[in-house]
Design a protein around this ligand. Structure first.
Ligand SMILES: C[S@@+](CC[C@H](N)C(=O)[O-])C[C@H]1O[C@@H](n2cnc3c(N)ncnc32)[C@H](O)[C@@H]1O
Length: 315
């Protein structure tokens, strides 16, 4: 049992029925709160739960089993912003039994079992953080660009910095949804590129899907030090020649095939006015192109870490 559990009332608002209501749209289940408040447009059904697990397992393969990138010897408190299906948060809690891990998500979904040192709470990260200052050794924010409002990012970074202990770290991982081709064979007319364009268009003015390649600048602007970043190609299928990357490609293929449909259903119809039939057809073509190794298609994944200065006086 962890020594310093989070009290249920600490740091967030209590679970409100507004987070529990859901609606079926175009054959998928969506959270009313997320749709009404334009928080994020992904479904919240079993199919999406499975995709989140597939994505977590894929990322574990990509990162060779590493969950925490900064050099943190014995973390005592960790915050996971947008825990999804709690794959990362559960693994971190299991590997660090003397650390309290707090996961926040707008969706009240919880796994059947959670480690005793993992605390999952419902809240909207677009609201200002109410956690105590200087209280976490690590804050992770992974795949959150479609859930954080464009005009929230500056304060989101400041909030994360504030709640970190002096010397604590933030790690952010973001996928850039504009699909690329390693041999330049994908044109703007290809369905995969049209899917990307429409996905970005459907979030325009509300979400900043260009955040992934500005992570380093955002960390520095917020006041983080020792900032490091890198880009990793996530192939849409197994087109790379070495064994490791081929395995990643095969795992990514399953995720991409599901993602192309899941993420398009609501924004392409409700925001861009496409018919469900048109969306289905576009997704079908995009899936076929994603499976074609000849295009050498990939989604860029950006990883960035940064440390809060050790001197309290600076922040
Ligand atoms: C793409 S999933 C990523 C899940 C997890 N971070 C991972 O990488 O496995 C995004 C998650 O963030 C949640 N989310 C999106 N916007 C949010 C917000 N404004 N506040 C809280 N949770 C949010 C969604 O409900 C979803 O579970």
């Amino acid at each position: 049992m962890a020594s310093n559990p989070f009290r249920p009332e600490e740091g967030t608002n209590s679970l409100d029925s507004e987070f529990l209501r859901t609606t079926w749209l175009y054959g998928r289940l969506f959270q009313d709160y997320s749709i009404e408040n334009q928080v994020h447009y992904a479904p919240c059904d079993q199919h999406e739960v499975e995709r989140n697990d597939i994505q977590h397992n894929l990322l574990q393969r990509v990162f060779e089993g590493r969950l925490i990138f900064p050099p943190i010897a014995r973390p005592r408190r960790i915050l996971d912003c947008g825990y999804g299906t709690a794959g990362w948060a559960s693994d971190v809690a299991d590997q660090n039994p003397s650390c309290d891990v707090l996961g926040i998500d707008v969706n009240p979904w919880q796994p059947d079992t959670v480690p005793s040192n993992l605390y999952l709470k419902v809240d909207d990260l677009n609201r200002r953080f109410t956690f105590d200052s200087h209280s976490f050794d690590l804050v992770q924010s992974r795949m959150m660009a479609s859930g954080i409002h464009s005009n929230r990012w500056t304060d989101y970074m400041r909030d994360i910095l504030r709640v970190l202990r002096p010397g604590g770290w933030c790690q952010m991982i973001e996928l850039y949804y504009n699909v690329q081709s390693d041999n330049g064979s994908l044109t703007n007319e290809h369905a995969l590129r049209r899917w990307s364009r429409h996905y970005i268009e459907s979030h325009a003015g509300l979400k900043d899907l260009g955040v992934p390649f500005r992570l380093e600048a955002m960390f520095r602007a917020a006041g983080f030090v020792d900032v490091e970043h890198r880009m990793i190609q996530l192939p849409t299928c197994a087109w790379l020649t070495d064994e490791r990357n081929n395995e990643i490609g095969a795992a990514m293929s399953e995720n991409v095939q599901r993602m192309l449909s899941s993420l398009a259903v609501y924004p392409f119809t409700a925001k861009l006015g496409m018919t469900p039939e048109y969306v289905q057809d576009l997704v079908k073509q995009a899936r076929a192109e994603a499976r074609n190794p000849g295009y050498k298609a990939y989604f860029p994944l950006y990883v960035c870490i940064g440390r809060k200065s050790r001197s309290r006086s600076r922040r």
